[in-house]
Design a binder for this molecule. Sequence first.
Ligand SMILES: NC(=O)c1ccc[n+]([C@@H]2O[C@H](COP(=O)([O-])OP(=O)(O)OC[C@H]3O[C@@H](n4cnc5c(N)ncnc54)[C@H](OP(=O)(O)O)[C@@H]3O)[C@@H](O)[C@H]2O)c1
Length: 316
Amino acid sequence: MAESKIIAVVGATGAQGGGLVRAIAADPGSGFVARAITRDVDSDKAKALAKLGAEVVAGDVDDEASLRKAFEGAHGAYCVTFFWAHFSPEKEIAEAGAMARAAKAAGVRHAIWSTLDDTRKWVPLSDNRMPTLMGKYKVPHFDAKAEANHFFADAGVPTTFLLTAFYWDNLIHFGMGPKKGADGVLGLTMPMGDAKLPGIASEDIGGCAYGIFKGGAKNVGRTIGISGDQPTGAAMAAALTRALGREVRYNAVTPEAYRGFGFPGAEDLGNMFQFYRDFERDFCASRDPVVARALHPSLQNFEQWLAANKGRIPLD
Ligand SMILES: NC(=O)c1ccc[n+]([C@@H]2O[C@H](COP(=O)([O-])OP(=O)(O)OC[C@H]3O[C@@H](n4cnc5c(N)ncnc54)[C@H](OP(=O)(O)O)[C@@H]3O)[C@@H](O)[C@H]2O)c1
């Protein structure tokens, strides 16, 4: 019998990587096995992955030598960075470079780089419709990931560039869930106007990544965008109303207002939503749910995700 192909997974105890480890574990006999990379092999989350059958190894994206070791002998590597852990685009770029070099040194045959769009191609720094942030970005956590794409190509790593989408889990963990307004009615606040928002269950990103690894060589060198559904803010509020059995109104503020909310990252997210809104057609087209469903047949749409997760959304 052929040896199983090891997929080394960065961020394995988190959303994207965790989804990938679980997708591989749920498909025994597929010829793939997961190697979960974590900074703490003794954490409860790491132990839970070991219980699923994943090999758990130590690794830190800020320590290139540890990545080289963690990628050693792997067929595939899932590479992701953690912008919201540090808010530094430069750090993200450095971490992506370290992962690309480590993948090359370890002879990885197929990497997936979890990236996003360079919004400056649509909104150059000279375009004042949204403010330039940190001196050289429009949407720092997007632009930095796109800027790091070249490391994988430069290192000669066979790579698929995966364009991810807005997690619906943001309604649970990121403070983006419905909040009670002055009138006591729950409001879903997003500066999206009437535009559609390509979104996905974070767990399904891992499922799509698994589909990309299974597809093998034909996916190398490709950029693949995914989403599970593309509802408008109004459609999301209507679906929340039905799922929660409580009225949820769509509160379509302006991007300027959103940028001014003052929480860490509000300007970055205000620009991000404005980018989604102003370039709705391109953004939706680059993340076709049909493409994602072909990779991951059990892909959820927003209603399905809500049915399974409505009880986890914190409400006032
Ligand atoms: N939220 C969204 O809507 C959205 C949409 C698209 C893309 N993204 C992007 O997704 C990325 C984050 O991915 P995620 O949501 O899967 O992350 P996550 O759920 O926050 O998981 C982070 C995991 O990564 C590990 N980690 C953190 N720092 C690490 C380091 N220095 N070295 C190695 N591992 C480290 C941690 O594991 P250990 O503690 O076990 O080491 C943690 O469990 C961000 O860059 C964000 O921009 C987010």
